[in-house]
Write a protein that binds this ligand. Sequence first.
Ligand SMILES: Cc1ncc(COP(=O)(O)O)c(C=O)c1O
Length: 357
Amino acid sequence: MDIKSIIKEEVLAHKAYPIEYTVPPVRLDANENPLALPETLHKEFAARISEISLNRYPEAGSPALARRFAERFGVAEGQVMIGNGSDELIQILCSAVARPGAEVMIPTPTFAMFSITAVNTGCRLVEVPLDGEFDLDVEAMVERMTDHSPALTFLAWPNNPTGRSFSRDRVEAILEKSPGIVVVDEAYHNFFGQTFLPMLAKYDNLVVMRTLSKVGFAAARVGMLAANAALVHELNKVRLPYNLNALSQAAAHFYLDHEEVFLEQAENIRLWREGLYSELLTIKGVHPWRTDANFILFSCDFDSDRIYDALLAGGVLVKNFHTLGKIRNCMRVTAGTPEENKTFTALLKATLQQLGA
Ligand SMILES: Cc1ncc(COP(=O)(O)O)c(C=O)c1O
């Protein structure tokens, strides 16, 4: 078989999402919650999981969860869809709009899965660079919308990997001017606090997306989407019937039963992030950007590949953007526990000193 003549050209041409499979002692690369479940909750969780009938299919479409999240979000049950992580919801959205020639607009830099999924589902990508402050260039986006008429626009709010939130009025301007669906991806909502959920009543083209991955349940892969009911009805036709397995559904129910614990953890992480930011400001040779998420992007005066390798050799994993356009030679570090942050900053400082900072 000649694979190259069978696989789509677009797939052959692009790269898979880069994931580091090394597991060093300090993992600050994937924007996860660094804290494990508290001991008492861990036991309760294990008991819950042990009650699941593994011989049965899970509830198709997770209706009980959709009801509970709808209540949390202040919308009707038919306005919510649950996915196998937000990644699956991104895939469902792209698949649903992927008519021949359909276009997906993204500001750049942003979360890599938007472009990877758009291309994999046969959509054409329209990329518009962010401005110098990492905010939306509304004029450029609207101009491209006139030429291209994108069916879907993804806005991560706060944005990953920059950590900045686009100005609210600029997001609203895109919602107003967009001919298609605008997804406001609130993956980092718990570290930011603001939301576009109330705007669902005003904009029928708005989709708000959330995830449990950043607040302590990355292993469960649970994402949520809220939008107008007619749109959710269509998206449900694209969703695989049993997209969320029974263990993950149970994990999401468990999260909702104990949400206050995870919100308190997020609040602590927010404080630890501030400490990490202040510390980074004092380190010669790196320049951090302010952030609204649980991670910090910083530029390096020295080759980020060398810094990355030295950190990894010392047992600390971060994300390296050594070749990526506007954020070339930048790195992203997730806010960990105070101890993890200290290990990271001490190692970073020592590495930069060795490089001549
Ligand atoms: C903006 C954004 N959206 C979505 C995701 C993925 O979320 P999930 O783990 O629910 O697929 C990430 C993960 O890094 C992200 O940064």
